[in-house]
Design a protein around this ligand. Structure first.
Ligand SMILES: O=P(O)(O)OC[C@H]1O[C@](O)(COP(=O)(O)O)[C@@H](O)[C@@H]1O
Ligand SMILES: [Mn+2]
Length: 651
């Protein structure tokens, strides 16, 4: 490859001499020979912050495995568990020990723990360059940790020096801070890159806490799930997305995300609920699966609020279906098919009695029109969403770090599916008058989400926001992919056949290896070595379903990290781990609680489900980043040559 002289001159600003450029060439050439960093894949968190946090802290069992390796035969099982808890939750564990020990015993314990953590950290760091480890060390401890990692405490020449560092940390009261810092470093080193395959948001109470954790994560990418785009739409100005995001939260009694997390003011909705829905309501509006015991009167209020916002959602949804007929959401215009005098609704040609006939805000002549009071509620909620600083920060992060899909180190990651016909062809969908399918369709949807966030032109933004709603619940949405979202039917109709949401043919076809090969090729991947990593539909392990499909080409990792799904999966989530030696899928056992984890050294240790071992170790040079580094090395070599033959002068 030949390089433009101007480009080399520009590069010489960063590497101004033969020495500088040579050092960098040696450095990069060494890096590409190191084993690749470990990638972790998680999906379908659904707001379950404590289980998610634990899985991240214990690196899906990798931390415990490293402890077992390093301290085999030297520590008891109880000691190893206690050390593991210290790595996962250093602050909490330190507090517990402080309360339980005398000063003298505490100091002795600190010293032992510091030593053990350094040994463990060495093991976690061994496959990285010094420079990478240095950058990962928390502020304030760079020098000390680096020294300790690169000294051997058994070397008689260095013993005094090594011990001296630990003693002075104890002496000056910095032992606890040191332990917190090195535990954080260990956790960072074992998860080099995190991939989230969608649905951070939904029914669990802590999506906002998960988002905070993700923002602190050093490298992460997110493939949006349908619940995530619902919140993106809600935060960017779509009132129908906002109404539905609130409705789902209330349905699961999740006020934490709305109120504590984002400080959203729900009082206008409370007033509407009390004013219009103070009578009886169908049991389908009752709060589902709330663990904490709420008082009866609170539950009743939540149900009434849920009903009030559900009606607003159904009206706004009808308006959207009318203003964007091209999205094919006409079948969701159900309020116009409600006959209050008969107390029934017509769905696909059949009449069903309404489970709840108290619809005081419904005007049969204008079924999709909000009443003045409803309009006022929507406006006030909108103001609240627009001004929710933390929500807006989270959504910006979600948009910037997220996408419809990702191609990363030979794998294709997406939440739902690629819309397909029964015959197995990529199904087309028209967006802005253009029929699109496969990768092009996903790319266009991706653009729409970004426009929903960034577009300045109000009409462009409004169009994009309606597409975001479609992504949440549309039949040909790659993130949803079911014939309908039967929200109305679930609330108002008893007949179960109306609740059925028929999945896109993709979900059956993905069992077929040829189909997966075609999908991988569509995204420019070599199907021989690549995998599709999928979420969205919980794997029914209890019914014998396997997460590995299509001869290993597709791995679906929605294992029910969320408690709501554990009945169908029978496990408590999956993590896929992709390190230099291959791919490893593990399943988790249910997580009790952070409190019990800290107090009883309870862990959430995984069971191995599937392993695909590489014949040779995969090196940094074999990764996407490695390919970029190799290009950099070529350019640097050209610069070195240019210095040598005088075309570029050293600075
Ligand atoms: O159990 P609920 O609250 O009615 O929610 C069910 C809804 O959730 C969905 O399953 C969507 O959520 P997922 O993306 O997690 O599957 C819809 O298909 C369905 O209508
Ligand atoms: Mn989903």
């Amino acid at each position: 490859m030949s390089y433009d002289l101007e480009y080399l001159k520009l590069l010489s600003k960063q590497y101004p001499s033969v020495d500088a450029v040579s050092t960098e060439i040696v450095n990069l050439s060494a890096i590409i020979l190191l084993p690749k960093g470990t990638e972790h894949f998680l999906a379908d968190i659904h707001g379950e912050d404590e289980a998610f946090d634990h899985v991240l802290r214990n690196a899906s069992g990798v931390v415990k495995r490293k402890i077992d390796d390093v301290f085999m035969g030297t520590l008891s099982e109880a000691e190893k568990k206690s050390l593991a808890t210290l790595v996962y939750y250093p602050r909490e564990k330190l507090e517990l020990e402080k309360a339980a020990r005398s000063d003298q015993s505490l100091a002795a314990w600190h010293e032992v723990m510091m030593l053990q953590l350094v040994q463990l950290c060495r093991q976690a760091a061994y496959k990285y360059t010094r420079s990478k480890v240095r950058k990962a060390i928390p502020e304030g401890f760079q020098y000390i940790i680096e020294e300790l990692l690169h000294e051997n405490e058994d070397d008689p020449m260095k013993q005094g020096y090594y011990q001296g560092i630990l003693d002075s940390l104890l002496d000056i009261g910095r032992a606890e801070d040191f332990i917190v810092a090195i535990a954080e470093l260990i956790r960072k080193l074992v998860v080099d890159h995190l991939h989230i395959i969608g649905d951070i948001y939904d029914r669990g109470k802590g999506a906002h806490l998960v988002m905070d954790t993700l923002r602190r994560q050093h490298t992460v990418d997110i493939q949006w799930g349908n619940h995530d785009v619902l919140w993106i739409g809600a935060a960017c100005g779509s009132d129908v997305c906002m109404a539905d995001a609130i409705r789902v939260s209330l349905r699961y009694g999740n006020l934490e995300t709305l109120q504590e997390g984002y400080g959203l003011n729900l009082s206008p909705l409370v007033r509407l609920a009390l004013d219009k829905y103070s009578g009886s309501y169908a049991p389908t509006f009752q709060v589902k699966s709330k663990e904490e015991v709420l008082e009866e009167k609170d539950l009743v209020l939540l149900s009434r609020m849920q009903k009030a916002i559900a009606i607003i959602q159904l009206k706004l949804e009808g308006q959207l279906a009318l203003r964007r007929p091209e999205l094919g959401l006409g079948h969701r215009r159900l309020l116009e098919r409600v006959d209050l005098s008969r107390g029934a609704v017509e769905i696909e040609g059949a009449w069903y009695p309404l489970l709840d006939k108290v619809l005081p805000t419904l005007d049969p002549a204008n079924p999709y029109e909000l009443t003045a009071e409803e309009r006022d509620v929507v406006e006030k909620l909108r103001t609240s969403f627009d001004h929710a600083t933390d929500l807006q920060k989270h959504i910006r992060f979600l948009v910037d770090k997220g996408g419809m899909y990702k191609v990363f180190n030979g794998n294709l990651l997406y939440h739902g599916g690629i819309p397909m016909t029964e015959a197995g062809a990529f199904e087309t969908f028209k967006l802005a008058g253009k029929a699109l399918k496969g990768k092009a369709l996903l790319d266009r949807f991706d653009d729409c989400v970004r426009s929903a966030y960034y577009a300045q032109d109000p009409e462009e933004k409004a169009q994009a926001l309606d597409v975001v709603w479609y992504l949440w619940c549309g039949e040909k949405s790659p993130l949803f992919g079911k014939s309908k979202m039967a929200t109305f039917e679930r609330y108002f109709v008893e007949a179960e056949e109306t609740h059925k949401e028929v999945k896109n043919p993709y979900y059956a076809l993905r069992e077929d290896e040829d189909v997966c090969v075609r999908i991988l090729s569509e995204f420019g991947l070599n199907a021989e070595t690549s995998h599709i990593i999928n979420g969205h539909v919980p794997v029914k392990v209890v019914k014998g379903e396997m997460p590995i499909k299509a001869g290993g080409k597709l791995i679906t990792i929605d294992g029910g990290l969320s408690k709501a799904y554990q009945k169908v999966t029978g496990i408590a989530g999956y993590t896929l781990i992709f390190n230099s030696q291959g791919m490893h899928l593990v399943s988790h056992e249910p997580f009790e609680s952070k409190t019990r984890a800290v107090q009883e050294d309870l862990d959430m240790l995984p069971t191995s489900v599937f392993i695909e071992k590489h014949l040779t170790r995969m090196l940094v040079g074999d990764t996407d980043n490695g390919a970029l580094l190799k290009k950099d090395i070529e350019a640097l070599k050209a610069l070195l040559q240019a210095y040598r033959d005088g075309r570029v002068r050293e600075r």
